[in-house]
Structures are given as C-alpha cells and as structure tokens.
Design a binder for this molecule. Structure first.
Ligand code: X2X
Length: 338
C-alpha cells in the first residue's frame, strides 16, 4: 500500500515536471530561420543558440532550427518579411539578406568601409548599431545579439585577382540584393545574382567564374577548392549576423525567459564570432594555410591594392549613402573614430 508520504512525493514530482512541458501562452515549438546549412559556423551558431535557450529555460522555450533557407524555399531575400509576419519566430540572419527590404542595412554592404574587426564591433555595439536595432524594432522585429559570417573574400577559377584589371569581365555570383550588382559593376566585374541554394551547382557547372563569401564561415566548410583555385583576401565587405525574434512572439515570453534568451544570443554570438575569425589575422593565418594546402593560390591585398578597388566604387557611395541615410553612415564613422 502506498504511504501518504509516497503519494505526496509523486504529486510534487509531477507538479515540478509540468512547467518544464508547458508555460501559459507558449508554443510547443518555435521556428528559427537560417539561410545556410547546419555544418557552416553560421548554422552551428543557430543550433548553439537554440540549445542554450532550451537548456537554460529547462525546455520551456523549444526552438527548432530550419537551415538552408527551408522556411522560405531558398529565397533568402524574403527572410525578413517571413519573420515579420511570424512564419518564422526567430532568425539568425545576415543584414545582406534583409537589406533589399530594409535599405539602411546596406550600411554593412558599403565596400571597403570596415577596415578591421574592431571597426565592425565598434559599429554594432555603438550608436549606429543602436539606431539599426531601433529601426528593425519599428518594423516588428527585435535584435537580441550579434554574430558574424565574416569578411567576404573573392574566389574564382580563372586567375589571381590583385588589381581591377584581374577582376575585369569575370562572371561573379552575388546575392540578390541590388547594391551588390552595383558594387561588382563599378569594379569591372560581370555580376549574376543567385540564391545561395542554387550557387553550389552554378560553381560546379562553371556557370559563373567567381563568388565572394567568408573564408572560414563559408568557403572552407564548402571546400570551395573543388570549384575555384584562386582566393583573394581583399576584405571588401564584412557580413555580421543578428539573432532576431518577432516582437509578438517576444512579448509572450515571461520576463525571466526573455532575459535567458537575450543572454543566450549574446553568448552564442560571442562564441560563433570567435570561430569565424580564427586563422585569418597574423600571426595565426591557419585558414590561409588550409586553403593553400588544398591547392588554392592565396592572394592577400595590401592597403594600396585595396584602395585601387575602393576608388572605383565611388559611384556606389554616391547612389547608396542617401538610401542608407547620411546620418546613419556618419554615426557609423563616428563609432569607428573616423
Ligand atoms: O548567399 C550568400 O552568399 C550568403 C550565404 O553568404 C548569405 O546568405 C549572405
């Protein structure tokens, strides 16, 4: 026969388990959108965030990661609208994919604007970063923390690129965000826009000669040397990432869970940034070395060589700074100490 104490213990254990399974107004599962696959540091960062949130909320907030753009059938420039409408609850997103919808985010696409990692960090954590978070909030989405895809370095199957002459006429795959077409044209290349989901086949079939993506973030995990044997480190654009959540979803979380989720985004972002920055700055150039070991010719541009490209992009600044907003660009410059 069960003693009163035993019955009481069972009742308490059951009660303790309940909140772990359901919290009033919470969904059983939240959807997180991610444009790339689970094996890229970007996808791993998304999974890390979801795991931290699940663990720290003791299962109250259960986030499922939808990689490879699967929530938007690969159409990466639709991601912001899907998140805004609540088709996705969360996204670990690149401003590149949102900047056709949110023009000020083209700040991060300005060529040769961010000299080094420190400059980018100053902007994302500074006044410009705050202004960007505020404008995204106005559209119904909250930024929880920042991660990184990385500096976008160009690879190709034709020749080493060190000067604009080398880039001339090369067919370069870019994201379907208008500023990238303008940037590539200004530097003399022949851009073709394409979703990431179709890009690998295009590299394989030689439909394009070149592409630009972060070395550690994308090119090395993709084994880009299967398609391209030249890489140029020119650091023309740096692509941060943002952990984000739909505001309506956000408001339904308890204060305690919001704090946990915010902290998980900061922690996952810090770790993920550490991963994609590794091996790219002297004395640790192991990422360059790895590309070389896999048969790639590695070209690192000097500041003067970068400048030769930068001057050609002047029309891009003329056209896009007004669209981004002079004030935001000035804020970013001030954050960087320029
Ligand atoms: O499409 C790309 O190049 C990628 C994966 O880097 C982005 O989503 C911006």
């Amino acid at each position: 026969m069960m003693t009163a104490l035993k019955k009481w213990t069972i009742a308490v254990v059951c009660l303790l388990m309940l909140p772990a399974l359901s919290e009033a107004g919470y969904k059983k599962e939240y959807k997180l959108s991610c444009v790339v696959g689970p094996k890229m540091p970007w996808g791993e960062g998304a999974t890390l965030f979801a795991d931290l949130v699940r663990e720290r909320t003791e299962g109250r907030v259960n986030i499922k990661v939808y990689t490879a753009g699967s929530l938007m059938a690969g159409k990466q420039t639709n991601e912001f609208l899907l998140l805004k409408r609540g088709v996705a609850d969360f996204a670990f997103a690149s401003p590149i994919n949102w900047s056709s919808t949110l023009k000020p985010l083209n700040l991060f696409n300005l060529p040769f604007f961010f000299e080094d990692y420190e400059a980018l960090d100053k902007v994302t954590s500074g006044e410009a970063g705050k202004a960007i978070e505020a404008l995204i909030a106005k559209k119904g989405v909250k930024v929880l923390g920042w991660g990184e895809n990385g500096y976008r370095e160009i690879t190709n199957s034709k020749r080493a690129i060190r000067t604009p002459e080398d880039l001339k006429g090369l067919k370069v795959r870019v994201v379907g965000t208008p500023i990238f077409i303008d940037i590539m044209k200004s530097m003399g290349a022949n851009p073709v826009n394409m979703n990431w989901g179709e890009a690998k086949i295009a590299f394989q079939q030689g439909v394009v000669d070149a592409q630009e993506n972060p070395a550690v973030g994308i090119e090395i995990p993709l084994k880009i040397w299967q398609f391209h044997n030249h890489v140029s480190f020119w650091g023309y654009v740096i692509d941060p990432l943002m952990f984000t959540v739909n505001q309506k979803t956000w408001k339904k979380f308890s204060e305690k869970d919001r704090e946990i989720i915010r902290q998980a985004a900061v922690d996952a972002g810090r770790m993920q940034k550490g991963v994609v920055r590794k091996g790219l700055v002297a004395p640790d150039l192991s990422a360059h070395e790895l590309m070389r070991e896999n048969g790639m010719e590695v070209t690192v541009l000097t500041p003067e060589e970068k400048k030769a490209f930068r001057v050609l992009t002047e029309p891009v600044y003329k056209k896009w700074v007004p669209r981004i907003g002079e004030e935001l660009v000035e804020k970013a410059k001030a954050d960087m100490g320029n």
